[in-house]
Write a protein that binds this ligand. Sequence first.
Ligand code: ATP
Ligand code: MG
Length: 241
Amino acid sequence: MMWRPRVGLLGGTFDPIHNGHIAAARAAQQALALDVVRFIPSARPPHRAGSPRASEYHRLEMIRVAVADAATSDDQVRWEVSDLELRRDGLSYTYDTLSALHAEGLSALQIFFIIGADAFSEIATWYRYPEVLDFVNFAVVARPGMTNDMLRNLLPSLAERLAGLSQIAQSTEPRVVLIDANTPDVSSTDIRHRAARGESLTGLVPSPIAAYIAHHLLYRDAPDAPTAPRPFGPPDAPVGK
Ligand code: ATP
Ligand code: MG
C-alpha cells in the first residue's frame, strides 16, 4: 500500500486548552507516529449545557499560543490549528466535520480522530452514531477516571472495530485504536473554577496560557453560570425594538 501521511485531529471545546490536551496530543502522536496533529476547536458543542465561557476568538488564540509554546521545547511537534468548525453555522457535530473531510477526498491521508476516553464513552449518544465512526480512524486516549479497560466493558459492541497498533496499517476499514497513556488529571472545568477564585493555574496549563488568562481576565465571573442568551442578529442590534 502507498505511504500516506498520518494526520491526527484533536477536537474539543478547549475552554481553555490545558496540559491534559497537550499530553493527549503527544501520546497519540508517539503511539501512531503521526506526521501532524491538528487542533479543531468546536464552535457550539452539542453535548453541553450553555455556551463555552471564553469567546471563540480567545479559545482559538489560546490554542495557537499553546501550540507555538510546545514547538519551542520539542522539535517533534508539528501541530496546527484549524478554524473549520468555527466557520460553520449551527451545532458543531463531529459527524459533519469528518464527513466533510471525507468528501474533500482526503483518502491520500491516514486520518485519526483523537479523543479522550471520557468523551468516547458517550459515543453512542452522538449524532449519527454509529455512522460517525465510518469516515476515519478513532484514536482513544485513556484519561484519569476512564481507563481503556473500563471503555471495553462499557462498549462491548465496539469490539469488532477495535484494532491494535500493528493492525492499523493493514486495515482498509476505519478502526478504533485504544492508547494507554498517563495524561495528567486536568480539566478545563477545574481550571475555570480556579480562575474564578483567582487561584494559580501553574502546572495545569502551559505558562503562556496562564499569563493569557490573567491578562484578558478570562473566567473571572461565576463559573458555569448559565450565560445570558445572545440577541439574535448582529451583537449591537437593538433588542426588543
Ligand atoms: P471540560 O471540563 O470543559 O469538559 P475538558 O478538560 O474535558 O473540558 P475538552 O475540551 O472537553 O476538555 O476536551 C477535548 C478532548 O480532549 C476530549 O476528547 C477530552 O476527552 C480530551 N481530554 C481532555 N483532557 C484530557 C486528559 N487529561 N487526558 C486525556 N484526554 C483529555
Ligand atoms: Mg470535556
